[in-house]
Ligand binder design. Sequence first.
Ligand code: TMP
Ligand code: ASP
Length: 235
Amino acid sequence: MEKRDFLYEGKAKQVYTTDELDKIIIHYKDDATAFNGVKKASISNKGILNNKITELIFTKLEKKGIPTHFIKRLNERDQLCKKVTIFPIEVIIRNLIAGSMSKRLSIKEGTKPTNTIFELSYKNDDLGDPLINSDHAVALGLCTYDELDVIKNYTLKINDLLSSIFDNEGIILVDFKIEFGKTVDGDIVLADEISPDTCRFWEKGTHKKLDKDRFRRDLGSVEEAYIEILERISK
Ligand code: TMP
Ligand code: ASP
């Protein structure tokens, strides 16, 4: 399958049409941004690493019954996916408090809440992806309550599966962001990517950061952290 027309460019990926109307090709770039595009850089080989990491994770999730948009990896930077209409919602799970929740509510990073936190943000760069609740999402016409139920059920199952996959490799899944889309057949599927760009991974014991926080916080060794994640889940 080959790329046809350029469709869309995001901060880390490009999307192309193919000869088949219901399939697209996603191209993974090395570009990295943070703070809503304010901080920009290129992380060498990030596109290659995230393409492979997403392939491995989506394949594992599919095997456990989570429907995804992923069809197959085509080469180092491209993957063939089902065409979906993305819900403009960032779905976030927090197993430990970190990042924006830590800042916003002044809670020490690494604090373990008694419950699992399910969070929604409105995917809107002009507004800075604001935190919203389910009533806001429905009022804004981003999804229906029924769709949100499906999304939440899949998300909690994805959290269980991913937490266990990473736990087995000595990594704590602190939090992550995922996106869902609707296929031309009307099915809700996991879309976008799951990678160190979209998750917080801490090494068990040391709490060494193995994710995009190394870039956001200028900690260095960013590519090495992504390689480490790929190596651990490739075993
Ligand atoms: P946050 O603590 O900054 O809200 O991030 C929560 C999770 O979402 C974290 O794993 C990083 C991920 N994330 C993205 O994938 N994209 C984004 O634009 C942001 C802000 C966070
Ligand atoms: N991807 C986000 C941006 O630049 C931020 C992040 O991942 O922290 O807008």
